[in-house]
Write a protein that binds this ligand. Structure first.
Ligand code: BDR
Ligand code: CA
Length: 316
């Protein structure tokens, strides 16, 4: 069975990504590596442990990643992140803390070990800043040829950013790390705002979870309602909330959910457009393409998979 690592800054849609992965029998979630972004690293780790407990999967190991970008010496959560994900990252819904602790092995070592152990069977899905994978590639560059695939949520090809006119949130937190990944030659699929802003959830779907009546389903419904409400303020034209991170997991499980274009991308790391994802003009005509960029998504099929898988998990 294919093995999955999720690298998360565990906010609301990251939690839905965990749920999608745990509801997918085709893949085994072998670990969660924590990063910073929607919340501080420590809060994200706390969420990962508590969420996997609540969803009935305390066997999922959680590894601590780096607490900030290598270009800074600290990290502060942006006010917009708190507004969208709540102060605790999970819509300010309270769930019991786990009795478990994160693993003592670092996220970086775990990613490297997993690439060497599982090789082409390993899919790594970062849905926060790319800081951990960039550090892993710096430490062990050979993993770029060993790892099966990286399916990341971040960036945009045909639309504007969501934290600035240029930049998407995950890329903008650490543009240098994202650029290292994009230019590394690791087989990577970019699931950007072009497709994730088409996959939207509404109160109608969260009510279906609430009707299941289990603590896990109620938690997912309450948390996601907070997120939908924030989207009503920030993006009222959409008519729902973006399923950014779960779409990346959906594509990791079933790549046919999206249509992709082979484009070697880079990230602007200088000047006013820092954080913009764009075709790398030094490699555009290179016959070898190591990146695929999602440009179309089968929205009805993804939403059905999303509801079936998370509903099936949360009903237990
Ligand atoms: C991405 O930014 C974060 O806020 C979300 O969790 C998602 O990973 C969307 O731009
Ligand atoms: Ca995220």
């Amino acid at each position: 069975m294919r093995k999955l690592i999720l690298d998360l800054d565990t906010g609301v849609d990251d939690t839905l990504a965990i749920s999608y992965a745990l509801g997918s029998p085709e893949v085994e979630l072998i670990g969660i590596t924590g990063t910073y972004g929607n919340v501080l690293l420590e809060q994200g780790i706390r969420n990962d442990l508590a969420i996997t407990d609540l969803l009935g999967h305390p066997e999922v190991k959680v590894y601590k990643g780096l607490p900030h970008a290598s270009t800074s010496d600290s990290f502060q959560v942006l006010p917009i992140s708190e507004f969208i994900h709540g102060k605790n990252g999970i819509g300010d819904v309270r769930i019991p803390d786990s009795n478990r602790e994160p693993e003592t092995e670092s996220a970086i070592d775990f990613i490297i070990d997993a690439a060497k152990t599982y090789g082409k069977d390993l899919i790594y899905v970062p849905t926060g800043p790319m800081t951990n994978i960039a550090a892993a590639l710096r430490t062990a560059p050979e993993i770029k040829d060993q790892i099966g695939k990286i399916v990341l949520m971040g960036g945009a090809l045909t639309v504007c950013g969501n934290v600035s006119p240029w930049a998407e949130a995950n890329i903008s937190q650490d543009p240098d790390a994202a650029n290292e990944l994009f230019r590394s030659g690791a087989p990577t699929t970019m699931i950007g705002l072009d497709v994730t802003l088409q996959t939207l959830l509404t109160y109608k779907e969260t009510q279906r979870w609430r009707d299941l009546g289990t603590p896990a389903a109620k938690f997912l419904a309450d948390m996601t309602d907070f997120y939908i409400k924030a989207y009503e303020t920030t993006s009222p034209h959409l008519g729902g909330c973006g399923l950014h991170d779960p779409l990346a997991v959906g594509v990791a499980v079933d790549p046919s959910l999206v249509t992709t274009l082979p484009i070697n991308m880079q990230v602007d790391v200088e000047g006013a457009t820092r954080g913009r994802t764009i075709g790398d003009n030094t490699r555009l005509n290179d016959p070898v393409k190591t990146m695929e960029v999602a440009v179309q998504v089968d929205v009805p099929r993804f939403l059905k998979e999303f509801m079936d898988r998370i509903g099936g998990l949360a009903a237990q």
